[in-house]
Design a protein around this ligand. Sequence first.
Ligand SMILES: *[C@@H]1O[C@H](CO)[C@@H](O)[C@H](O)[C@H]1NC(C)=O
Ligand SMILES: *[C@@H]1O[C@H](CO)[C@@H](O)[C@H](O)[C@H]1NC(C)=O
Ligand SMILES: *[C@@H]1O[C@H](CO)[C@@H](O)[C@H](O)[C@H]1NC(C)=O
Ligand SMILES: *[C@@H]1O[C@H](CO)[C@@H](O)[C@H](O)[C@H]1NC(C)=O
Length: 379
Amino acid sequence: MMSAPRHRAHFKKPTWVFLFIFLVSLFLVCAYVYPPRNTAACYVFSSASCKALTDWLPPAPARDLTDEEVASRVVIRDILNTPPAISKPPKIAFMFLIPGALPFEKLWDKFFQGHEDRFSVYVHASKEKPVHTSRFFLDREIRSEKVVWGGISMIDAERRLLANALKDPDNQHFVLLSDSCVPLHDFDYVHNYLIYTNVSYIDKFRDPGPHGSGRYSERMLPEVEKKDFHKGAQWFTMKRQHALIITADSLYYTLFRDFCKPGMEGNKNCYPDEHYLPTFFHMLNPLGIANWSVTHVDWSEGKWHPKSYKAADVSMELVKNITSLTENVHVTSDERKEIQIRPCLWNGEKRPCYLFARKFLPETLDKMVLLFSNYTTYT
Ligand SMILES: *[C@@H]1O[C@H](CO)[C@@H](O)[C@H](O)[C@H]1NC(C)=O
Ligand SMILES: *[C@@H]1O[C@H](CO)[C@@H](O)[C@H](O)[C@H]1NC(C)=O
Ligand SMILES: *[C@@H]1O[C@H](CO)[C@@H](O)[C@H](O)[C@H]1NC(C)=O
Ligand SMILES: *[C@@H]1O[C@H](CO)[C@@H](O)[C@H](O)[C@H]1NC(C)=O
């Protein structure tokens, strides 16, 4: 009689151990076969143990790609593996995305002067046809459409510029510029920097905050996962192959058109011009981009808009300060406000980051024209 309970207890303990081991194994197998799509599953545990768990698990089997993804990727891979025929001399396409007037035409005229066979100009004037003062801009307008700030029409205009510029087979590198952009170096320096680089200067960083991943919509699944969603300034320069794949892409473009827009899901504002290119290149050719933009802008005032330079701000010292920067800075929008600082590497060597700068008010024109020969000689 006395031994019965003891015997039962003796039997019960290993059963519990086996049961426990069985349940843990079952959980691990499930976690492996059905990896959590988002971090919600991690709330079951503390985030630290969840991270430890996912580190310990072997990488999850790759999901099946959709038909569209298979097709897109094969086209993109082929374009990337086909080196472009190098024309002589290779040209740079300067693509101006502007509402109407181009206040810095006189400055660009000085910049282009004497280099006629090594560049081409394209103008997308979305509001009114500009009156030109420089011969380099005459009859360079492409068919344009209205551009709504923060909307997909911005990407449409960029793609329209790329497609038109691709028509000239001599164009090897493509630069997007706004009406407030100015050149920081002379033409030879810029041409050399862009033609002999092995990457596109597309800005990209990971921002876990509300103005970064916070704008992601799960309706982009399965093609775009939250971990792929990146942010960056829209002012790019890109190699011909990259211009081609952006022109060819309809899959990712469509997802951003439909699921990244201002006023989405509960007032979430997503701006495709800040996310489409960084996310696209992060997913499809992360080693092919520099992760910073060669167009400088000053966010240091910490306001909603970057600093606009007035005539009184413009001096040789300002230009020297900007052209001497050799590190790029990104700040996240979460509470930590993490500052990410990286060196600017040109074919592996440290070099100044910036070729252009923006948010120069029209009133700075005369001063910039006066300074141009000086700073292109002495910087
Ligand atoms: C850009 O960032 C990716 C990682 O996100 C990295 O693999 C790549 O090397 C970076 N590009 C350069 C030129 O440093
Ligand atoms: C240039 O940089 C120096 C050193 O950071 C700074 O003290 C100065 O105010 C800057 N000048 C202009 C015009 O930005
Ligand atoms: C670009 O050149 C650097 C230095 O030679 C090299 O480390 C890097 O892998 C190259 N990137 C590409 C995309 O070819
Ligand atoms: C340009 O440089 C020359 C020679 O250094 C100098 O004499 C002149 O004052 C400079 N002009 C301006 C506008 O800074």
